[in-house]
Design a protein. Sequence first.
Length: 198
Amino acid sequence: MKKVANKSESVKKEVGKVESGVKAGVINSLKGINEIEAEIVSLVRETVSNAVRATGSVATDGVEIAKDVVRGSIQATEEVGTGLILSTKNVAKGVVMGVGDVGGDVVKVASQTVMATVKGAAEIGADVALVARRAVDGVIEAAEETGKNVNEVAKSAVGGAIEAAGTIGNSAVKAVKEMLVGVAEGIKEVASTALPKK
């Protein structure tokens, strides 16, 4: 009986060590992901704001630069073979923050960024609805963090996602609408204003 009790204690200790090891590994990985996400936002934000400043035309070039950044990020994830879902939110957030840094129209850029992201996702066969959700989340976060009109940015971004999905097909529109119904946490009027009733 004593041998069984000792063996049971030994197993519990090993399980405890495994659990602790896995927990520490997951924590370190998540910290690493957070650092990577912050770096993506910072890189995109700086690139966009510097590019817009260099061209001198915030009104027209901000949108084109945003589209170029989105295309570049999609190509990068395609080349690596992974990361589109993870990077989409951070790229969209960085684009809006970068345009906002130079006084650009963040509402218009939010829509164009989400549209470009959805279209790019469709071109490479990615989950359009999930990519749309991540992009909308990113532009809303950017608006919140920079003091922009979150309602207008969210409404514009959701509209851009639906418009882009419309160029793909009815099933894409349905999937995007379903994914975005609850997107604007705490912003109830966005869903009712931006999403048409069924």
